[in-house]
Write a protein that binds this ligand. Structure first.
Ligand code: MEV
Length: 407
């Protein structure tokens, strides 16, 4: 069904099923000393409506409840009109560290005096990106006077890398322009590398959940909205909570980033550095009650993902996942990731602020106990339900139930 929806070829379907996915030969081309491949579950989150378009979201994740929680949250956002997203141009930051300078401020001026020539040099080694409409956009200078190794000048090269994540493009350009910067400043260049704090390349998502959708057995919609807003503020004011809150957001984002063959460590690094940008680590999301009493949420974070280059096209399942998602640009993928992060955050907070997350987890635990006690097929659900109703989830009880129910 999913295959039909996204028009996947039999090969693409097989890649997603893991049957014809990454093979050992391809793996050997990707990294050094490859001895095999390592499987993880690939799921599809449903109910997503983003900027008026329906999406199926491929997710690679080992943790139970993530895909179901997200699909459920997406349904709630859909009731409020779906996610509205936006993003910056795909501009990456590259850094050049310049040392041994007589005066960092004079050196900064010397670099800026050659801005045009330096940008043109950066473009010279990035012809394919320039051809697609990207290329060097700006130079910035950041003198840091007081460091344990003396003053240093940090030069930022801003480059639009279009649909590529852009690590190779920017690192190549940095290595190329570094000698020109040494010449201009009389200093010595040490590092030349991109920054994962890609804060010129942010994605944003927002949405509304009608309060009535949040009503539970024990809480009115209004009370649930209030409890979720309070949970959101907890993460805004306390780094201990913010770490867990943001981890929940990244449960969803990483899963999409991995499914599409992107670098999830880069995304993690960018997200957490951005969360700490004020000097105090805080939440990546904001939640509030609107004038009609409904719940509103907003997320903004750096999102350096690509739809070309790297593993996105080498890994057969990543290519198929991108096709399933149906995104046409890196920016669209970044915006989907932002919506997924906001949705995953709602899923966690809703559970935490209403019934707690253990109830869902206990059901999974009960399933494992039922299977361990010998249940199979239909019997599993019946044994699980009985143990949950009795609030007695133990192997011994599961064995008794299996015996009684199989008579
Ligand atoms: C578990 O993987 C994620 C949560 O802890 C996130 C959160 O606490 O917001 C449930």
């Amino acid at each position: 069904m999913v295959g039909q929806w996204a028009n996947l070829t039999p090969e693409e379907q097989a890649a997603l099923l893991g049957v014809g996915g990454l093979n050992a030969v391809q793996a050997d081309h990707m990294i050094e000393n490859a001895i095999g491949v390592y499987g993880l579950p690939l799921g599809v989150a449903t109910n997503f409506l983003i900027n008026g378009r329906d999406y199926l979201i491929p997710m690679v994740v080992e943790e139970p409840s993530v895909v179901a929680g997200l699909s459920n949250a997406a349904r709630l956002f859909r009731e409020g009109g779906g996610f509205i997203t936006s993003s910056d141009e795909p501009v990456m930051i590259g850094q050049i560290q310049v040392l041994d300078l007589a005066d960092v401020y004079v050196a900064a001026g010397a670099v800026m005096a050659q801005r045009q020539q330096l940008l043109a040099e950066a473009d010279k080694v990035s012809s394919s990106i320039v051809q697609y409409g990207g290329g060097a956009r700006d130079l910035q200078v950041r003198p840091i006077v007081d460091t344990p190794v003396g003053p240093m000048l940090i030069v930022h090269l801003l480059m639009d890398t279009r649909d590529a994540m852009g690590a190779n493009t920017i690192n190549t350009a940095l290595e190329h322009i570094a000698p020109f910067i040494e010449q201009a400043t009389g200093g010595r260049v040490n590092l030349r590398i991109l920054s994962n704090l890609a804060d010129h390349r942010k994605a944003r998502a927002e949405g509304t959940i009608p309060k009535a959708e949040l009503t539970t057995d024990k809480l009115s919609g209004e009370d649930a909205v209030q409890a979720i807003v309070e949970a959101g503020v907890f993460a805004e004011v306390d780094p201990y909570r913010a770490a867990t809150h943001n981890k929940g957001i990244m449960n969803g984002i990483d899963a999409v980033v991995i499914a599409t063959g992107n670098d999830w460590r880069a995304i993690e690094a960018g997200a957490h550095a951005f969360a700490a940008r004020s000097g105090r680590y805080t939440s990546l999301t904001e939640w509030w009650q609107d004038d009609d009493g409904n719940l509103q949420g907003y997320i903004e974070l750096p999102m350096a993902v690509g739809t070309v280059g790297g593993a996105t096209r080498v890994h057969p399942a990543a290519g198929a996942a991108l096709k399933l998602l149906g995104v046409e640009s890196a920016r669209e993928l970044a915006e989907v990731c932002a919506a997924v992060g906001l949705g995953q955050n709602l899923a966690a907070m809703r559970a935490l602020a209403t019934e707690g997350i253990q109830r869902g987890h206990m059901r999974l635990h009960a399933r494992q106990i039922a299977v361990a006690a010998g249940a199979s097929g239909d019997l599993i659900n019946r044994v699980v339900q009985a143990m949950i109703t009795e609030n007695n989830i133990r192997l011994e009880r599961a064995r008794q139930l299996v015996q009684e129910m199989s008579k």
